[in-house]
Design a protein around this ligand. Structure first.
Ligand code: PEP
Ligand code: MG
Length: 880
């Protein structure tokens, strides 16, 4: 096995497609070097070494030392410097680089190779004492923090103290002698904390840094990040060792991070930040305020790189073009300028907001950089969710508290909390919270994830908070310098206004504004790039997308989002309306058929009207209406007052009511008297519903040109006889209504397949069914024997132990529930060629489950209205 791969200086052993072995950073450094971009030479220790390290009690393969030595020697000879040399010292950076990018999760050490002797060599070689001592103190600080685990506050205290004594404000005002003093104090402090002197041997420094990178793969924040992003621990990280170039050598030096397009909006402009005379971490650390790249983006007083370093800027613009053409995607790059010469330190596919992903995909397809199919595949369907979410109502009154940077779009409103832990605890209780921090660090990600929105008072558009929030799709306002946060007082203040923990704030991540209290929000617009991509998706997908909807509002929303009909109208949801619940209860509580019929007669006009409205909204599209499903006790009156009311409508007393209520109680209602079992016990219920459907269909057919096609669906069928009986009830009503009105309409009668027995006997059931709709909520419940209503209590443990890879109520269990769907589909279709098949459980809106539905050959998926665009895109991706 080869454990070490060189890059740069004419020896490029890796390529971009070797990211599994070299990690993303290493693979792309090799790729950039091989397409002729200026990359300082270095080498990558593979992810297999990491795997070996953890499989072998934290030891390395025997050949590693020799391979590292050889690769280091090549770097030395190509830059003409020597590692640990007193006069011409080579310094290196040591960075992690996993297969998937994990921003800020892993540790980095810069300027490695400095010690009390080489610092003098660096000073002499560079002719710059201040630079050399500044580099040395940076090295002690990073190495001390990352490798020796000395708290970074200890280092900052020393710098703060030095600045105070010297009476200066900025780090940049400290002189060579000041830094030299800082270095001595650092070393003393490190020795005091660790009990050992700061390591002076560069080889020891190197191996300890390599060990720390591998060690950081198992630190808590990396573990949390992997859990949130479903990255397996077995992947491991690579380690990149690279010759240092210096952005902190003077005013003709700089360092920056940028994106080849705007990662917030997707706009095709060169977007980023840089700092003159600074080193890597300074830009993201948010200590100094970074400056914009281009003149067009500069605000008054800012110093864009285009103006300050025109030569290096022009080179960078060329690199930007080369990278986008080469990678055919938006890139996130890191660069350093040393004495006006540009060096590339990283490129990777840039993280972007959902809106930016959409715009970039559509524009790149229009620019001819990628195909339309590729554009469709570029947008993660689930991310569309963000775009469908509310924005602040522009007309709503509001009180602006302050303003920061528009770091991640979307509006959010919630109670202020000042720590990630608190955000997590309160969010777990269902509270909406805004996490407010001076700045965030990788330790805060769990809280950022839990919060509705994030607000920081320090840091730029590429600060940790901004990058992570965009990746997570959380609205974020960063660097709101006008706000002062006081953690100990649990309060923030701006312009004399104080907001305490628990009080409400609203943030707008699209404008950077922060408002006192809550501001009303409005629905987003679905035009422009969104509409274009959806159109492309619609052209390639095979499955239809319908919505689960019962109210006119839901049906309207579903249409607006492109639903092609209703796949599930749960009629019981219509029963809870205050105008009807009385009649529903009267029906349930009466002990005679006549009593039930009297009550049902009151419900009929309501139901007819409901269905007519749905048919009008869904003009010409299929509407699947499911007859009553839940156990009747769900509708029972709860309070004595409610009971008394029902008693009165039935001319009986409270005691009778209570007794009837007890009769209806079931030990296991989800497996009890529900679904078609109700239709069989009380045929009058299904008769009323069927009649209401046909009467409504006739009314709408007469008033509009397009006759609706009702699809009447029987729930919880286990045997074909159940369907035969209930189907006959429905057909009888159809015949009656058609005879009464003189109008005949097309309609279908089908069933849900939501019990294992139904799936296994789908061939027999199909004889009485015009269609099947897989009810994967109940099918999951009954296949696993896992209660939909109670599983939440222990599911987290099942996920943690890897017993379930995903929550089976969210993403279909392909091996079990999926197998039943497969069997049901093929058995159904052996009896009826082309039998119409759909899915209406929650899984109908889950991208992974939609991929599965495509593979089984379902005709449509049905999901909640807000998921319709997600499903349209996922169905397109599944078809490609
Ligand atoms: C199902 O069981 O999957 C379904 C869609 O019906 P409900 O969720 O109403 O039980
Ligand atoms: Mg069900």
């Amino acid at each position: 096995t080869k454990w070490v791969y060189s890059f740069g200086a004419g020896r490029n052993e890796g390529r971009a497609d070797m990211r599994n072995l070299l990690g993303g950073k290493g693979a792309n450094l090799a790729e950039m070097a091989s397409i002729g971009l200026p990359v300082p030479p270095g080498f990558t220790i593979t992810t297999e070494v990491c795997t070996y390290y953890y499989a072998n009690k934290e030891t390395y393969p025997a050949e590693l030392t020799a391979e590292v030595e050889a690769a280091l020697a090549h770097v030395e000879s190509s830059v003409g410097l020597l590692f640990g040399d007193a006069t011409k010292p080579l310094l290196v950076s040591v960075r992690s680089g996993a297969r998937a990018s994990m921003p800020g999760m892993m540790d980095t050490v810069l300027n490695l190779g400095l010690n009390d002797i080489t610092v003098a060599g660096l000073a002499k070689a560079s002719g710059d004492d201040r630079f050399a001592w500044d580099s040395y103190r940076r090295f002690i600080q990073m190495f001390g923090n990352v490798v020796l685990e000395v708290d970074h506050h200890r280092f900052e205290e020393i710098i703060e103290h030095a600045k105070l004594t010297r009476g200066v404000m900025e780090d940049t005002d400290l002189t060579a002698a000041d830094w030299q003093g800082v270095v001595s104090e650092y070393k003393e402090m490190v020795e005091e904390v660790t009990g050992k002197p700061f390591p002076q041997d560069p080889k020891e420094q190197l191996w300890r840094a390599i060990g720390a990178v591998f060690g950081s793969w198992m630190n808590q924040r990396a573990i949390t990040y992997r859990r949130l992003h479903e990255i397996p621990a077995s992947w491991g990280t690579a380690v990149n060792v690279q010759a240092m170039v210096f952005g902190n050598m003077g005013l003709d030096c700089a360092t920056g991070v940028c994106f080849t397009r705007d990662p917030s909006t997707g706009e095709n402009i060169f977007y980023g930040e840089y700092l003159v005379n600074a080193q890597g971490e300074d830009v993201v650390a948010g200590i100094r305020t970074p400056q914009p790249m281009s003149k067009g983006r500069a605000k008054p007083g800012e110093k864009p790189m285009e103006e300050v370093m025109p030569g290096a800027y022009a080179d960078l613009v060329k690199v930007r073009e080369t990278l986008e053409k080469h990678y055919q995607d938006m890139q996130d790059i890191e660069f350093t300028v040393q004495q006006n010469k540009l060096y590339m330190l990283q490129t990777r596919t840039g993280k972007r907001t959902a809106g930016a992903a959409l715009r970039i995909a559509v524009e790149m397809a229009n620019e001819g950089l990628i195909s339309r199919e590729e554009a469709i595949n570029r947008v993660p369907p689930a991310s569309l969710d963000q775009l469908l979410h509310p924005m602040l109502d522009p007309k709503a009154p509001r009180t602006v508290l302050s303003k920061g940077l528009p770091a991640s779009p979307g509006a959010a409103c919630g109670a202020v909390v000042f720590s990630a832990d608190e955000a997590e605890t309160r969010a777990a209780k269902g509270e909406a919270v805004i996490l407010v921090r001076i700045e965030t660090s990788p330790e805060d990600i769990h809280g950022m994830h839990a919060a509705k929105g994030i607000l920081t008072t320090r840091g730029g558009m590429t600060s940790h908070a901004a990058v992570v929030a965009r990746g997570m799709g959380r609205p974020c306002v960063a660097g709101a310098g006008g706000i002062t946060v006081d953690y100990s007082a649990q309060a923030l203040s701006a312009g004399g206004h104080i907001v305490r923990a628990g009080e409400t704030l609203t943030i707008d991540g699209a404008t950077g504004e922060i408002f006192v209290g809550s501001v009303p929000m409005i629905e987003p617009k679905l035009s422009g790039d969104f509409a274009t991509l959806m159109e492309w998706a619609d052209q390639v997908r095979r499955m239809k997308v319908r919505a689960n909807a019962e109210t006119p509002l839901d049906a309207d929303t579903a249409r607006k989002f492109g639903a092609e009909g209703i796949g599930l109208c749960r009629t019981e949801h219509m029963f809870f309306d205050p105008a009807r619940i009385g009649a529903v209860r009267q029906m349930i509580m009466s002990e005679t058929e006549q009593g039930r019929r009297d009550a049902l007669a009151k419900l009929l006009p309501f139901q007819r009207d409901d269905f007519a409205q749905l048919f009008r909204i869904m003009a010409g599209l299929p509407v699947t209406i499911r007859l009553l499903d839940p156990p009747l006790h769900e509708f029972l009156p709860h309070t004595d007052a409610e009971m008394a009311e029902v008693a009165q409508s039935l001319n009986t007393d409270l005691a009778t009511m209570k007794r009837r209520g007890e009769e209806l109680a079931e030990a296991n209602p989800m497996l009890g008297h529900r679904g078609c079992r109700l239709g069989i016990s009380y045929p009058e219920i299904y008769e009323m519903q069927a009649r209401a459907i046909f009467e409504a269909a006739v009314i709408v057919a007469k008033e509009a040109g397009k006759a609706p096609v009702p699809e009447i669906m029987i729930p919880l069928v286990a045997t074909t006889r159940e369907l035969e009986i209930t189907r006959a009830q429905v057909e009888k009503q159809a015949a009656a209504v058609f005879a009464e009105t003189g109008t005949t309409l097309e309609y279908l009668v089908g069933t849900m397949i939501e019990l294992p027995r139904a799936a296994l006997n789908a061939d027999k059931i199909a004889e009485n069914a015009d269609f099947f709709s897989f009810g994967t909520n109940d099918l999951t419940q009954t296949t696993f024997g896992l209660s939909r209503d109670d599983a939440g209590k222990f599911l987290p443990e099942y996920l943690e132990h890897g017993i379930f890879p995903k929550d089976p109520f969210v993403s279909i269990d392909v091996e079990g529930v999926g197998e039943l769907v497969k069997i049901g589909s093929s058995k159904g279709r052996t009896v009826k060629n082309g039998l119409k098949l759909g899915i209406c459980g929650e899984h109908g809106g889950d991208p992974a489950s939609i991929t599965f539905c495509e593979s089984v050959g379902l005709d449509y998926v049905s999901c909640s209205p807000y998921r319709v665009p997600v499903a349209r895109l996922a169905a397109a991706q599944a078809a490609l």
